[in-house]
Design a binder for this molecule. Structure first.
Ligand SMILES: [Zn+2]
Length: 271
């Protein structure tokens, strides 16, 4: 049986877009709705959180913490790891530690923005260890137009004393996609169900991720960042949002409702 690792990458999508700040904030409302959804299902979740959320929405951080969910670090500015130096990365990790400690939170886990860890960042796990992080979920083990590290493989492995939990992939023949985000929203749910059943004897986790906007069907439309202004990709950013929570439910059902946050998975691996 596969366990489903649940996560939300908690960021304000407006900040990554050219004119996003002309639109009202929806990150708080969406995250609160996701918390209510998780509570009705009694599912845990890791909220990999960007720096400005700690600074601009302290009440939201307290809500996540007080409801018993895990908080991990997702960088200050959502800058790709492959675009910064080792020293800058370490400073960024320590900034996360500092922000979280103001809320009495000691973070164990890290997720790189856009899964931006690859062969060009050999210092990645060593630096996480130095900053006291215990696990990471930052690698997309596939060829990808942005970042990706096909040779890494999709098994959790310990590197420099840090457990790396790469994104598992669904093999669609022409491309391999993770069980999360825009892929989970746009491809038929039967594809993911089939992929889960194929992996059920492997003892490998199914890791998923979503964003607060992924299930926000009310959001006014603007051009999302990181898609090079492509009209087609922007269409996909809005496609099927009303079905996203249902997709997550289906994925959990395929995993027999066995849902963990990343920290608990890390602890189980350690034992
Ligand atoms: Zn992100």
């Amino acid at each position: 049986m596969s366990v489903l690792l649940m996560s939300l990458d908690l960021e304000d999508a407006r900040l990554h877009s050219i004119d996003g700040m002309n639109y009202p904030s929806r990150v708080e409302k969406n995250t609160e709705a996701f918390i209510s959804f998780l509570k009705t299902k009694e599912w845990p979740c890791t909220f990999f959180t960007v720096g400005n959320i700690f600074e601009s929405y302290p009440e939201l951080i307290k809500l996540i913490r007080d409801q018993g969910f895990e908080i991990g670090w997702h960088s200050s500015q959502h800058e790709p790891v492959a675009s910064i130096t080792e020293d800058q990365f370490y400073s960024d990790l320590m900034k996360g530690r500092d922000l979280a400690s103001k809320f009495g939170i000691s973070m164990l886990g890290y997720r790189a923005p856009i899964f931006s860890v690859n062969q060009s960042t050999p210092w990645f796990h060593k630096t996480l260890k130095k900053a006291g992080f215990k696990y990471s979920s930052s690698i997309l083990p596939a060829a990808n137009p942005l970042f990706g590290w096909p040779e890494f493989g999709d098994r959790p492995v310990v590197k420099d004393d840090v457990l790396e939990i790469p994104m598992p992939l669904v093999d669609l023949k022409l491309l391999k996609v993770p069980f999360g985000g825009v892929y989970l929203r746009t491809f038929p749910s039967s594809v993911f169900k089939y992929a889960v059943s194929n992996r059920k004897n492997s003892n490998l986790p199914i890791a998923t991720y979503i964003h607060p906007y992924d299930f926000d069907s009310q959001q006014e439309r603007y051009t999302h960042g990181g898609i090079n202004g492509s009209a087609f990709y922007n269409f996909l950013m809005y496609y099927n949002r009303s079905k996203m929570l249902n997709r997550i439910e289906k994925l959990a059902r395929a995993c027999s409702g066995s849902v963990l946050n990343y920290a608990d998975f890390y602890r189980k691996q350690k034992d």
